[in-house]
Design a binder for this molecule. Structure first.
Ligand code: KG4
Ligand code: ZN
Length: 364
């Protein structure tokens, strides 16, 4: 039996400064504490995350965050077996803040240092929350990411497809801006869509006519802009009901694309004959009820269990980094003080990164 490990996890790759303590084995671990300092208000006036502001805020908050996490777990650094930290991909200034903090703690205490890929943190979360067995299929869908990952082991991932431009969360945020709705756009577009008719505007379903699991969301946003301008030209403004209808039509288009591409990714996954097939989601967009319902329906048809971890663990957090670090450490992996921060770091080494940097950093 593998011995229990206690791991401190540090995350600072985007706009959340986070630290957490996780204890257990790769098959059964529990979260002793998880502290997240959000930066939403700092970036609110800029329509996106400003890397320099983010990096400075991480540097200011990270020590408190680690102290809080240890205190809430009721332990000191002495009880920690290793320090795990997000070493990429992400906004480089933020990643550096976390890596420097972790290196300092490691140098001062002599505790092992483990660099963690942020995407592995998300991808392994269903193991932490639901004990899901390998292999499983994961859709990571947030403001910075959109990709299907076949998770075969803590260090083995196959990317089956990803967005070739915007992430869906980014598209929700831009849609909200175009319709004068508050940020973050996802929740406000979803709320506005509730009273709308999704069939009112015929928005495109990009890349559905092409085989494979790659996706595209930037054309959808342009189509929405055109539809909005059409209404404004006709009425001299945007009537309330049209705003509802535009939101509902946009949301349904995103849900349709994600559902069809998920069906294709599931077919590839199910061909492996997993004993207990599981399709898991992570990322802020997974909070959307219409999208969840659409994905659930695809899973039900293909007799696959749908797993959606609690939202606080779907969005960026330190617990997923601590757990991914635990899984690496249990395999004997360890880094040293030469660990570097990486703006890009694709999980699947055989699939090159498709994307550049968006408002939430590199999307390897
Ligand atoms: O995972 P997350 O907190 O941060 C990163 O992107 O890393 O995801 C935030 C994104 C934002 O773009 C936000 O608009 C979107 O997730 N989001 C939603 C919903 N809640 C948050 N999108 C659609 N529907 C929602 N209910
Ligand atoms: Zn993330």
């Amino acid at each position: 039996m593998t011995a229990e490990l206690t791991i401190l996890g540090i995350e600072s790759s985007c706009d959340d400064t986070a630290a957490a303590v996780v204890r257990g084995t790769p098959d059964r671990a529990q979260i002793l504490s998880s502290v997240v300092f959000e930066q939403t208000t700092l970036h609110a006036d800029f329509g996106g995350v400003v890397p320099e502001i983010a990096a400075r805020a991480h540097a200011e908050k990270i020590d408190y965050c680690v102290e809080d996490a240890l205190q809430q777990a009721g332990i000191t650094l002495d009880a920690i077996d290793a320090i795990a930290v997000t070493a990429g991909p992400g906004l480089i200034g933020g990643v550096l803040s976390g890596v420097m903090c972790a290196k300092g703690l490691s140098a001062a205490t002599g505790k092992p240092l483990i660099g963690v890929n942020h995407l592995a943190g998300h991808a392994l979360t269903p193991r932490l929350t639901d004990g899901v067995a390998f292999p499983y299929l994961m859709l990571l869908v947030s403001g910075g990411h959109c990709q299907f990952l076949l998770v075969e082991g803590p260090e083995t991932y196959r990317r089956l497809g990803s967005t070739i431009d915007d992430a869906p969360g980014e598209a929700f945020d831009k849609t909200a801006r175009l319709l004068a709705l508050p940020q973050p756009g996802g929740p406000s577009v979803e709320a506005t869509a509730r009273n709308g008719n999704p069939g009112k505007y015929k928005l495109p379903r990009p890349l559905l006519d092409r085989p494979g699991c790659d996706m595209s969301f930037s054309g959808l946003k342009t189509a929405l802009l055109r539809a909005r301008d059409g209404v404004v030209n006709e009425h001299g403004g945007l009537p309330k009901q049209d705003r509802h209808d535009l939101c509902a039509s946009f949301q349904e288009a995103v849900a349709d694309v994600l559902a069809e591409k998920s069906r294709r990714a599931l077919e590839i996954y199910l061909a492996l004959n997993p004993t207990r097939p599981v399709f898991a989601v992570a990322g802020g967009v997974a909070a959307n009820t219409a999208i969840r319902t659409a994905l659930n329906a695809v899973c039900a048809k293909l007799e696959t269990e749908f797993v959606a971890p609690p939202l606080a663990l779907c969005t960026d957090n330190g617990a997923m980094i601590a757990y991914a670090g635990l899984a690496r450490f249990a395999l004997g992996a360890q880094d040293d003080l030469t660990l570097s921060a990486r703006p890009r770091w694709p999980l699947d080494k055989t699939s090159p990164a498709l994307l550049g940097s968006g408002k939430k950093g590199a999307k390897a």
